[in-house]
Design a protein around this ligand. Structure first.
Ligand SMILES: [Zn+2]
Length: 503
């Protein structure tokens, strides 16, 4: 018979006074019985197999109404909230519902969040008839909603609904994976159950090889990458052969591989794009991610042809249009044909040969082999990193300030009851709007900083150009083309290279 694995969290709770009075089910007793139940899950629900993924315990007062407050007061609630959002388990096992919280509102919030995430709450004292989330959600849904309405202030309901809607966006903003853990990383739980994300080394090696070596350094088109990966024995996440779609998926995830948390990347409803520093170890650097994005933009919309050394390396000095390969080359006798380039807008007189371009580039490389010349280039370089770092620090201080204001408002509303629903909502909305705006600024600042840092690394790149440039130009055409585009921009006027920029 087919067995369904059910990931279980064991939840135990006692308040300190209960424990003193030797509660009928003490903490160790609750733990033991929960584990026993999980081990014997198949007896209660045939065809299932229970697996314990975490044990959470709360000692102390649970007279808390709001989940936010509970999370602040007890680590177990924080972890429970996190695991629900990550859908890290299927069944929440406890002695009775009242172990989840003292107040109905808190119990209901947690049950509702569980249901939304497809998790079933199983109090041993009143087990659900079946472990079918869809059915449970349908039966329980209405009951939950009415309970919610009777127990929550209107602001609380709004907050609850917002959590569901914006949960994933918020997770991204908090730097966590928006949904499940993607290929490239694994989760590990340490002894106290804290989750750590670490790199899956073999997956990461494949990802780096495809994106950095094949796509970026060797300038390969996607179809060639597919062939190379398959020939060399690399396989996808599911152990299958690579396809173009699978390689394209890697390209779509470069921001994430670089450690950026993203959400609403392609929202059809126009939801706000969210990007923040992720809380996972990056697989590639932010500079690499940017280079890949630029490479994609550069390749987009044209049939990609890496056969020509100077494809997409040059700009027309007159109109700033691209310089493209002129006319069709006879594919039967390519060695006999002189490759020429022209302005895409057909500016008058713009026609330049392959040899002319190469000569100019080699001159530039030779010029850079002189140390003094490299120093001259570097002297003219502005340093903007400190400016951006200061701006980032200021924005982060503003965020901290908003958080403080929110805590004060929460306290005034929940504990002191000094704010009306209306005022509390107004303050919350205002703080949310401010926070969103600053998060957007921060994302922009981080990418500006990455740009500035890249600029500052020019010294290393110039040294590379000087030492390896000639050899690269004489090597494989696709690799040389990718290398030129990474390091230079050529400008063409008439049939001459007018100037060369270092990138
Ligand atoms: Zn032009």
């Amino acid at each position: 018979m087919k067995q369904t694995t059910v990931r279980c969290v064991s939840w135990v709770a006692v308040s300190s006074d209960e424990q003193a009075r030797a509660d009928k089910e003490s903490l160790p007793e609750q733990k033991r019985l929960n584990l026993e139940f999980i081990e014997d899950l198949a007896k209660y629900y045939p065809g299932t197999q229970g697996v314990l993924v975490a044990e959470l315990e709360v000692i102390g007062s649970r007279s808390i109404i709001r989940l936010e407050e509970a999370i602040k007061a007890h680590d177990a609630y924080r972890r429970l909230d996190e695991m629900i959002r990550e859908r890290a388990f299927d069944l929440l096992v406890c002695r009775r519902r009242d172990r989840i919280g003292r107040e109905t509102a808190l119990i209901t919030t947690i049950e509702a969040l569980c249901l939304q995430a497809g998790i079933i709450v199983a109090p041993r004292s009143s087990l659900p008839h079946q472990l079918d989330v869809a059915a449970t959600r349908q039966n329980e849904g209405q009951r939950i909603v009415s309970l919610l309405e009777s127990h929550f202030a209107s602001a609380e309901i709004r907050e609850f609904l917002r959590r569901g809607r914006e949960g994933r966006a918020k997770r991204a903003k908090d730097g966590k994976f928006a949904s499940k853990i993607p290929w490239g990383w694994r989760a590990a739980y340490d002894e106290d159950g804290t989750r750590h994300i670490h790199i899956d080394t073999s997956a990461a090696a494949t990802i780096r090889y495809a994106l950095l070596t094949l796509y970026l350094e060797n300038g390969m088109p996607i179809r060639t990458i597919v062939d190379v990966l398959n020939q060399e024995g690399y396989r996808t996440q599911h152990g299958k052969l690579w396809t173009r779609a699978a390689v394209r998926n890697l390209l779509n995830r470069v921001e994430r591989y670089a450690g950026w948390a993203e959400f609403n990347t392609e929202s059809k409803r126009g939801a706000q794009y969210v990007r923040a520093e992720g809380k996972w170890p990056p697989i590639i650097t932010k500079e690499d991610a940017q280079a890949i994005q630029e490479e994609r933009t550069s390749r987009a919309g044209k049939s990609y042809n890496a056969e020509r050394l100077f494809s997409r390396t040059a700009t027309c000095e007159t109109c700033e249009g691209s310089i493209i390969v002129a006319g069709n080359v006879d594919s039967r006798r390519p060695h006999l044909v002189r490759v020429t380039y022209r302005c895409i807008n057909r500016c008058r007189g713009s026609h330049i040969t392959d040899e002319r371009m190469k000569e100019a580039l080699l001159d530039a490389i030779d010029w850079l082999t002189k140390q003094a010349n490299r120093e001259q280039v570097l002297r003219d370089l502005p340093n903007r990193t400190t400016t951006f770092q200061a701006q980032i620090a200021a924005a982060e201080r503003n965020l901290a300030d908003i958080k403080e204001q929110r805590d004060r408002a929460d306290h005034a509303y929940i504990v002191l009851a000094r704010l009306t629903d209306e005022n509390y909502t107004k303050i919350s909305d205002d703080l949310n709007a401010q926070e969103k705006a600053i998060a957007g600024q921060l994302a922009d600042l981080h990418s500006a900083l990455a740009d500035a840092e890249y600029e500052q690394n020019l010294r290393g790149r110039l040294d590379d150009i000087a030492s390896a440039g000639r050899a690269v130009l004489e090597g494989d055409t696709a690799t040389a083309n990718a290398w030129i585009r990474k390091h230079f921009r050529l400008y063409v006027a008439g049939n001459e290279v007018s100037r060369i920029e270092y990138l």
